[in-house]
Ligand binder design. Structure first.
Ligand SMILES: Cc1cc2nc3c(=O)[nH]c(=O)nc-3n(C[C@H](O)[C@H](O)[C@H](O)COP(=O)(O)O)c2cc1C
Length: 334
């Protein structure tokens, strides 16, 4: 990987439209899909297939999978490889009850033998590299990640990412980068740090202070691909790209919305929307983007007032009109 900045897997966020925008704006070293349930793939859930859609322009791409059964995980890894994954990533970081109840995600941190068997089964099932994303451990009582990472490396994992929080923490508190430092010596494969990288300086500091080989960025890139671009530029020693204007932000919000509708419709070319769009599909796409759209203009005067309207708008036309009106008032008050 030439650029040691990775875009994090994020459920309901890291779908194809989001990744295309991130790729074109920031060109991170690697991106990941949102996690894909191995059980859902096993039972052929239609919505799940879409999550594994890969565009040739977004490589290298990791498809992240989660599950608790080695066989089913191996089968899903093969499906992911066939779908075009350059890497299959195993999720051992998700802390939410609906996932952990099934023994998947971060629950595997409590069962090292099973966790290792899953990694070994997935490695044996595919030709592409297999990577694992972990949290530090289940709760503060045991920093399990270094020992686990060693075992995963032993059975063939080719990269480990640590989100430097314990599962029980959810997203509380600060990520503890000291854990990255303490874990660094556990593995010789590339080791990626994750947690609270918000600005270019954070990425540089994480690289400098912890010895990680790469930084993974999640929330800071949501509705802000330019921030990811600034982080990428800093890490690769390129000049800092300019802060986007409000016009650029609004244009990107519109673009994201259109791509999302194209994605929902399952178009080959997401940018070529037909004249007649099924309003139910259109609404489904807008709902999926509901939380992200207002973030494109967050912090601008009048953005808070617009937020509610954007969230309930039911058509692209309405959203475009709202955003255009917003730009107009920005121009008037400028
Ligand atoms: C909305 C959201 C969805 C997430 N979904 C996933 C996921 O599907 N798989 C995963 O490994 N981590 C997931 N995460 C965790 C992120 O990948 C990352 O580890 C975490 O946000 C910390 O990084 P950050 O501080 O840069 O955001 C998610 C995080 C958020 C905010």
């Amino acid at each position: 990987m030439d650029t040691p900045v990775l875009l994090a897997p994020m459920e309901d966020v890291s779908n194809l439209p989001f990744r295309l925008i991130a790729k074109q704006t920031a060109n991170p070293g690697m991106m990941f899909t949102e996690f894909v349930s191995a059980m859902a793939v096993h039972y052929q859930a239609k919505k799940t297939w879409r999550k594994m859609r890969v565009d040739p322009g977004e490589r290298p791409l990791g498809i992240q999978i989660f599950g608790a059964e080695p066989d089913v995980m191996a089968e899903t890894a093969r499906v992911a490889e066939e779908a075009g994954a350059d890497v299959v990533d195993i999720n051992m970081g998700c802390w939410v009850p609906k996932v952990c109840r099934t023994g998947s995600g971060a629950a595997l941190l409590k069962d090292p033998d099973l966790a290792e068997r899953i990694v070994a089964a997935v490695v044996a099932a595919v030709r592409v590299p297999v990577t694992v994303k972990v949290r530090a451990g289940w709760d503060y009582s045991l920093f399990a990640a270094p020992e686990l990472a060693k075992r995963f490396q032993g059975v063939g994992a080719q990269m480990i990412t640590l989100h430097a929080r314990f599962a029980k923490q959810g997203f509380e508190g600060q990520a503890d980068w000291d854990l990255l430092k303490r874990m660094r010596e556990a593995v010789t494969v590339p080791f990626v740090g994750n947690g609270d990288v918000k600005e270019p300086e954070d990425a540089l500091r994480m690289l400098r202070e912890t010895g990680v080989d790469g930084v993974m960025v999640g929330r800071a890139a949501i509705s802000d691909p330019w921030r990811l671009a600034r982080i990428t530029a800093a890490v690769t020693g390129q000049p800092t790209p300019p802060i986007p204007t409000i016009y650029e932000r609004v244009e990107m919000a519109k673009r994201h919305m259109r791509l999302m509708v194209g994605y929902q419709l399952g178009l080959d070319d997401l940018t070529r929307l037909p004249d007649n769009i099924d309003p139910i599909e259109e609404l489904a796409a807008l709902r999926a983007l509901r939380a992200q759209l207002p973030l494109y203009i967050k912090g601008e005067p009048g953005a808070a007032a617009l937020r509610g309207k954007l969230t309930v708008a039911e058509s692209m036309k309405d959203i475009e009109a709202l955003l255009d009106g917003f730009l107009l008032s920005a121009a008037v008050t400028a």
